[in-house]
Design a protein around this ligand. Structure first.
Ligand code: APR
Length: 175
């Protein structure tokens, strides 16, 4: 049974097998959670990212975690919000689904997600969180024994409360 958790805090401090980065298509770092992860992991992370040749929106690629407590970083590229009529929902769902797929392919048992696309990419928070939760629920139903823990990390109490409220709709016995 996969344990679903919602937590408030800095994803760079979370001790799990993999943390997910809200990256851009270059995979060469940025600000927000991307900047925090690269800052905590150290320069070897960027050096490995340089070998990956970028990543298209909706997909994800994996590296080691280096100076982070997490063993791996899964760099997921979410969509920029452009009003909702440019396939943003599908692309965000794919970013979560491809991250989960990569985790299972690499034997990862515990994974922590930030709220992908809800910062600089301006995706409405509640819609993004609902997509994150529903995509994870579908994945777990199709891969019941694959993951031990999935954690949704929020960086503000407002976002955390939103996750807690929405989580009950998808995982009534968790969060
Ligand atoms: N830990 C957890 N969550 C964080 C952290 C952190 N240390 N820092 C920021 N966040 C949260 C933000 O509050 C937001 O809810 O991560 C979410 C995603 O925000 P961004 O980091 O801005 O990511 P995103 O909206 O996906 O935009 C990605 O921003 O930094 C650049 O290179 C990145 O171009 C890419 C774009």
């Amino acid at each position: 049974m996969t344990k679903i958790e919602c937590a408030l805090g800095d994803i760079t401090t979370v001790r799990v097998d993999a943390i997910v980065n809200a990256a851009n298509t270059t995979l060469l770092g940025g600000f927000g959670v991307d900047g925090a992860i690269h800052g905590a992991a150290g320069p070897q992370l960027l050096a490995e990212c340089r070998t990956l040749g970028g990543c298209e929106t909706g997909n994800a690629k994996i590296t080691r975690g280096y100076g982070l407590p997490a063993k791996f970083v899964i760099h997921a590229v979410g969509p920029v919000w452009r009003g909702g009529k440019h396939g943003e929902d599908r692309l965000l769902a794919d970013a979560y689904g491809n991250s989960l797929r990569l985790a299972v392919e690499h034997g990862i048992q515990s994974i922590a997600f930030p709220a992908i696309s809800t910062g600089a990419y301006r995706f409405p928070f509640d819609s993004a969180a609902s997509i994150a939760l529903s995509t994870t629920k579908d994945f777990i139903e199709r891969n019941p024994a694959a993951l031990e823990r999935v954690i949704f990390i929020s960086f503000s109490d407002r976002d955390h409360q939103a996750y807690l409220r929405l989580c009950k709709q998808y995982f009534p016995s968790s969060c």
